[in-house]
Write a protein that binds this ligand. Structure first.
Ligand SMILES: CC(C)(COP(=O)(O)OP(=O)(O)OC[C@H]1O[C@@H](n2cnc3c(N)ncnc32)[C@H](O)[C@@H]1OP(=O)(O)O)[C@@H](O)C(=O)NCCC(=O)NCCS
Length: 285
């Protein structure tokens, strides 16, 4: 059995234990390596609303943190050790209710394993799930780049937006942001690579597709329906992986929704492999 307790401010030892828990989860079932970045981990698991669950030997087996609340929902980060035994779900849900009494509880898990999905299967639903995929940046087969591409500049940003809107409009849950909102979201990141993010245009200057590169990730890419299955996606992706290699990144990373077989097939066709899963779970109290 586990015992949960609230730490209103995690001690340095507890933060070390939390880092180890993240490393064990990544080792066992993968996920984005950013989970080991102290700033990323601190944002996911803030000290002031953190619950750590330990087993009888005092080993940390799960961590839960409230990150924010809206009028009716509470948003949590969660990590569960894949080897934990016992009824961890009851303890996690009871712990969550001590942090917030909002009716809807959303749990973000950056390294999903069978224990995580077991915990939610009777009590909640997995409503968003992405594979984490990766490949080395070296050894890409070069492709002939027949469509001219252009880097992100203030002048070109609306062309990227047109490519984004055309490519994603039909995807389930398309958020339909305004051009201003979408552009502001991209340039907000300090790691956004303007030079290596590219929009492909046809000879008349119409946007065919785009790729955005951020830190060591292919952050977003898409091709408009009329230009699909002509190699535009593969060209943009290959270009982006080369760019990450030129920036000194050993591996390229990306996330792709489990319900997007076309994109998964594209990524696999250039050597990306699934190295983990990240999900959001939803439960009502
Ligand atoms: C996924 C997407 C970018 C693919 O772009 P594309 O230009 O059509 O891809 P390519 O023509 O370069 O395809 C390269 C390979 O990917 C695979 N592939 C691409 N689309 C596929 C599909 N619909 N079904 C099966 N395999 C597919 C194939 O292996 C293909 O090689 P082939 O045509 O020689 O068989 C495009 O479908 C798209 O924009 N979808 C909507 C937005 C989106 O989902 N973006 C990715 C979010 S993570």
């Amino acid at each position: 059995m586990t015992s949960a307790f609230i730490t209103r401010r995690a001690t340095p030892d507890e933060r070390v234990a939390l880092d180890k828990l993240a490393a064990k989860c990544l080792d066992a079932h993968g996920g984005l390596p950013q989970l080991l970045d102290p700033d990323f981990a601190a944002a996911l698991f803030p000290d002031d609303a953190l619950i750590l669950c330990r087993d009888a030997t005092q080993q940390l087996v799960a961590a839960l943190a409230l990150t924010h609340e809206s009028d009716d929902s509470a948003f949590f980060s969660l990590l569960i050790l894949p080897t934990v035994t016992g009824d961890i779900a009851t303890e996690i849900f009871a712990a969550a209710e001590t942090l917030s009494t909002r009716r809807v509880q959303i749990f973000r898990c950056e390294s999903v394993n069978p224990r995580t999905t077991d915990a939610f299967s009777p009590a909640g639903e997995q409503f968003f799930s992405e594979y984490v995929m990766s490949r080395p940046t070296h050894g890409m087969v070069p492709v002939d780049f027949s469509n001219p591409t252009h880097p992100w500049t203030d002048d070109n940003a609306p062309l990227f937006f047109a490519a984004y809107q055309g490519s994603f409009r039909e995807r389930p849950g398309f958020p339909d942001p305004s051009q201003e909102e979408w552009i502001a979201d991209q340039v907000e990141s300090e790691e956004f690579h303007r030079e290596w993010s590219r929009v492909a245009l046809d000879e008349s200057g119409t946007p065919l597709g785009f790729v955005l590169v951020d830190d060591d990730q292919i952050w977003q890419m898409g091709v408009i329906p009329a230009a699909r299955r002509q190699g535009v996606g593969r060209q943009l992706l290959t270009h982006a992986v080369h760019a990450l290699g030129a920036l000194g990144k050993p591996d390229a990373w990306l996330n792709v929704n489990l319900n997007n077989p076309a994109a998964i097939a594209l990524y696999e066709s250039v050597g990306f492999e699934v190295v983990g899963q990240r999900s959001r779970f939803r439960r009502e109290i």
